[in-house]
Design a protein around this ligand. Sequence first.
Ligand code: AMP
Length: 287
Amino acid sequence: MRVLRTVAELRSCRKDLSRTGSSVGFVPTMGCLHEGHLSLMRTARQQNDSVWVSIFVNPTQFGPNEDFERYPRTESRDIELCRECGVEILFIPPAREMYPEGSQTWVEVEHLPKALCGASRPTHFRGVTTVVAKLFNLVQPDRAYFGQKDAQQVIVLDRMTRDLDFPVRLVVCPTVRESDGLALSSRNVYLDAEQREQAVVLSQALAEVEELFEKGERDPNKITEHIHNRIQAMPLARIDYVSVVRTTNLQPAEKLDGGELVALAVFFGTTRLIDNIVLGERSLIDT
Ligand code: AMP
């Protein structure tokens, strides 16, 4: 495995690999790697000749009062995990490599980023699409791997990839969870013991509404009401949103047919956790 830190080195490696005709599977991350990230890498390993990973805590996707400074950074451990996973190229650029002095170009999807998380994080997805577009240009992957845990991110990036004709296939991998159901997240380390205990309500409530749907519930208001009630029973939880939306436009679903996204964001203290399910075991994007 090679660890690269500059755009010039990355371009040169990509050029060399292009001559061999090998396929590249790419996994962009912000590091502090856990089993969720590793599952993406393992899937990429199975489907491509070469796996490339980036670790970049992207400043442009954090809001002014968010956790950019204290976001957990565990680089030497991450390097070992990537090595064990059979990663060929690990790109860890400093911020000045991705955003040199004078950078002023954004890649912005117009409508989808305003829904769900965008209401409380208005500049977040512009940062995500800009950095992922830049990484796609540099890595030129055949396939790129993303977790369903960040469902809106997948939908926004799918739109960007289609709109800008990136020759990349997006692959969505299932959310990896702790044994009690909590979705793995680098931000889970912020939770204290009591918050961690109560956070299990998120995945429980989602599993319950999946069951309600399977038993025939077709009213989205009943779904959101059930989740609200379950979460509000936890004294340390503060709901940001609970929504049932169509995956095509992220607008509220009027009735349920299967394929709707049930998504939520909930604060425990200052830590904001997200989770979601797609009803009826359907996929998030068309592939
Ligand atoms: P991050 O490092 O948080 O930017 O995440 C990098 C990638 O890992 C994104 O595509 C995430 O959706 C994915 N990811 C994060 N947590 C999980 C999880 N629990 N299960 C599956 N994928 C995940």
